[in-house]
Design a protein around this ligand. Structure first.
Ligand code: F6P
Length: 467
């Protein structure tokens, strides 16, 4: 059996509950297979040198964790800069928020090269490599340049926008070549596969060899949709543990006469949080029976706060939340509880189960695992209702959620009102159907699907280089 080597920007100790969908999913994957997990340590070394960073290796159960620190300059250009101020906004359809600062691309390439140099000596000939997310698009090309011939797959956790948006990235041709150095490209949805295929077709004249393979720049790559799932069993275990139960009972007691609406996100402009708050305001305005009886709890964990767009969003949100509470709040009721902190993952199932409606309304999202966790946390006898953006990757799987257009604030308010009044039998039916799919297409189904497809690829089929 080949060893699995997972590479991602963020890592977590797979033996502990992590925050963030990607780290949780990869931790659960590696807990099953064992192997090596390589990436950034999460530490910024103020005295470090660009393109350098010592390797640290430690054991966490069956998983070897190998990490590298980044110096301040590399963190600024690779992580805050090119990854999160160019790729993240553009891939989330937000050209208006992209900052095409020329120096950042150098840092992005430098860190990918550093990761390749540090990873290369740790690799065995029969390893299978699985690289994750937009921070590491050029990693395969860098590894190939160092002589790696192992199979390398890439999974993109974020959406792929239509080709004209991708073509606005000054280095987009270089990115295309970098993608083609992988043997397998996994995307979250069929929509993403469609956009990616069109991009390669229109911008690189890629030829479709069959239903799965594309050929361009002398390289062949397999492309497919592999929607990521959650570990349902593990999440259910978390839901029955003391911290989740305590959270559930505390909220049920506190809100015994009120309906709870819940949103849990990273504080990110892709998550549609201001639009959601406006929809809630509209709900109170148009359906006054909800005043004094509905409360929106919004947990937005701090994220990338030294990127301007995130700081701006925080200010906007604080203004909006303050205005709603000021306009509608009363001595015995505040409509909105906005919490700008990370809440322990152990409490999440309890929060979800105590709420009547879960609001997962991103403007764009690769998948959104909170949507799946919300469903998995519910009591099947009395389940809450999931209101889900049609622009989340999860909408391709979760048809029985109430799908909304997050830009349509009035439509969202009407859907929330419908969710609050949905008869029990309909809630149970929808929950049953959603749960069956979430269970069948869980994180292990995702891992198996991707790794089986990678196994079928010819090793090192790519002959291109990103440099
Ligand atoms: O899923 C998208 C993603 O960017 C992951 O790659 C990342 O680990 C997570 O969101 C959280 O973001 P960050 O690592 O920037 O805190």
């Amino acid at each position: 059996m080949s060893r699995l080597v997972v590479v991602s920007n963020r890592l977590a100790d797979p033996r502990r509950p992590a925050a963030g969908g990607l780290a949780v999913a990869l931790g659960e994957t590696l807990n099953r297979t064992g192997g090596l997990w390589f990436g950034w340590s999460g530490t910024v070394d103020p005295g470090g040198t660009p393109g350098e960073g010592a390797l640290q290796v430690r054991q966490a159960g069956a998983v070897t964790l190998a990490t590298v620190d980044l110096c301040r300059e590399d963190h600024a250009s690779y992580y805050l800069g090119y990854s999160n101020s160019v790729l993240w906004p553009v891939f989330h359809y937000r050209l208006d928020l992209a900052d095409f600062h020329t120096a950042d691309i150098d840092g992005y390439r430098r860190v990918n090269r550093l990761f390749a140099r540090r990873l290369r000596p740790l690799l065995r000939d029969d390893d299978v490599l699985w690289v994750h997310d937009y921070h590491l698009i050029p990693l395969a090309a860098e590894l190939r340049a160092l002589g790696c011939r192992q199979r390398i797959g890439f999974f993109l956790h974020i959406p792929v926008p239509p080709p004209p948006l991708l073509a606005a990235i000054p280095q987009h041709e270089w990115l295309m070549r970098a993608f083609l150095a992988y043997d397998l490209l996994g995307l979250q949805s069929e929509t993403d596969v469609g956009h990616f295929t069109q991009w390669l077709g229109t911008e690189a004249g890629a030829k479709r060899l069959d239903a799965q393979h594309l050929r361009a720049f002398g390289a062949t790559v397999r492309v497919g949709a592999f929607p990521i799932g959650i570990d349902v069993d593990e999440f259910e275990r978390l839901g029955h543990a003391a911290e989740a139960m305590d959270t559930f009972h505390a909220l049920r007691d506190e809100y015994s006469r009120r309906r709870l609406l819940l949103g849990i996100d990273r504080l990110d402009y892709s998550k549609g949080i201001p639009q959601r708050v406006r929809a809630f305001r509209e709900l109170l305005q148009r359906y006054p029976e909800n005043r004094h009886s509905a409360t929106l709890v919004m947990i937005a964990s701090p994220s990338r706060d030294s990127v301007h767009a995130y700081a701006d969003l925080r200010h906007e949100l604080e203004g909006l939340c303050g205005a709603i509470n000021g306009d509608y709040g009363d001595l015995d009721w505040m409509p909105l509880r906005y919490i700008h902190r990370t809440v322990s993952r152990r409490r999440v199932p309890g929060l979800c189960r105590a709420s009547a409606v879960g609001l997962v309304t991103p403007l764009r999202d690769g998948m959104n695992l909170v949507a799946k966790e919300y469903v998995a946390a519910q009591d099947p006898e009395d389940p809450g209702v999931l209101v889900l953006s049609r622009f989340a990757g999860a909408a391709e799987q979760l048809h029985e959620a109430l799908l909304v257009n997050p830009y349509d604030v009035q439509g969202m308010a009407a859907t929330i009102q419908a969710a609050l009044h949905m008869p029990l039998a309909e809630r149970q039916r929808r929950h049953r159907q959603l749960m069956a799919r979430i269970r069948a297409q869980d994180v292990h189904w995702w891992r198996r699907g991707f790794l089986d497809a990678l196994d079928q690829c010819e090793p090192a089929s790519a002959s291109t280089s990103a440099s």
